[in-house]
Design a protein around this ligand. Structure first.
Ligand code: IPE
Ligand code: IPE
Ligand code: MG
Length: 256
């Protein structure tokens, strides 16, 4: 299914964001503040994932995308990276059973070739198992980078049509090759942990997303925090390039 591009048309918007994308940041600082090792923060971060998945499903969100590990996170100390890999495996084993029981579809996007064969197998199994579920789609971005995504999309596009005339390349030629082509663009982007940056997350897809930043560290983020973000979202006027006046008199507006 092709979703409307926010730069080519005006997407439907509703009260509850259809697609929420989150940079789950602040696990390390949450732990350090408590004189705990950083990994304790990652453990608690997984509890927050559970809470936010549940709350998103209950509120009628259709797509929830969570940045779990960036293409730059390999630069961290080896013991932290290997802990995160183990945690990812645990989550894939345990959480997927619950997700499946709750009709949740799981997808993982990113350059998966860098993960161990075991993790790759767990990902494939989890995706296959939940593929026919019709509730919330949870996407985990793992070894994901926005630039990687654009580059892999360009490679796929050219591999399919090596003689492609550059003049004919438009959004609709490239976008289907992006890792998240199955989802509409995020309506709401949330970053916890106080930093106000994109950190190479969904570069193409965030073109018209509403941005929400909170100082709350990810392990403290819960249903009530999600509701705060949604309340902020509801205050926004999503104009997609148009004027405010066009929004109150939609008959006068162009659709593109
Ligand atoms: C986010 O928390 C989790 C990952 C990036 C894997 P951090 O580990 O970045 O926590 P801070 O930013 O150091 O507090
Ligand atoms: C972004 O967090 C990536 C994830 C949450 C997975 P980081 O903590 O790695 O981001 P930077 O490096 O501080 O921008
Ligand atoms: Mg961080």
């Amino acid at each position: 299914m092709q979703h409307i591009s926010s730069t080519l048309g005006v997407p439907d918007t509703s009260y509850v964001p259809q697609h929420v994308a989150i940079i789950m940041d602040g696990n390390g600082r949450w732990a350090t503040q408590r004189h705990l090792p950083r990994i304790a923060g990652h453990n608690r971060g997984l509890d927050a994932v559970r809470a936010v998945v549940e709350a998103s499903a209950a509120r009628g969100v259709q797509f929830l995308t969570l940045f779990a590990f960036s293409s730059e996170n390999w630069r961290r100390p080896a013991d932290e990276v290997s802990f995160l890999m183990r945690l990812f495996m645990t989550a894939l084993r345990r959480e997927v059973v619950k997700m499946h029981a709750n009709n949740i579809r799981l997808r993982v996007v990113g350059d998966l070739s860098r993960f161990s064969p075991r993790i790759q197998q767990l990902i494939a199994d989890a995706e296959a198992r939940t593929a026919r579920n019709t509730g919330l789609t949870v996407t985990i971005a793992a070894n994901y980078g926005g630039r990687w995504d654009l580059l892999q999309a360009m490679r796929k596009m050219l591999a399919r049509q090596p003689m492609l005339d550059p003049e004919t390349i438009d959004e609709s030629v490239l976008a289907p090759h992006l890792a998240m082509a199955y989802a509409p663009e995020p309506d709401l982007f949330i970053r916890t942990g106080g930093e106000q940056r994109i950190s190479n997350f969904l570069l193409w897809q965030l073109a018209y997303s509403e941005l929400y930043f909170t100082d709350t560290y990810w392990p403290d983020f819960d249903a009530a925090e999600l509701d705060k973000a949604f309340a902020s979202y509801r205050q926004r006027e999503r104009r997609f390039g148009r004027t405010s006046a066009q929004l109150v008199a939609p008959g006068l507006s162009g659709t593109a």
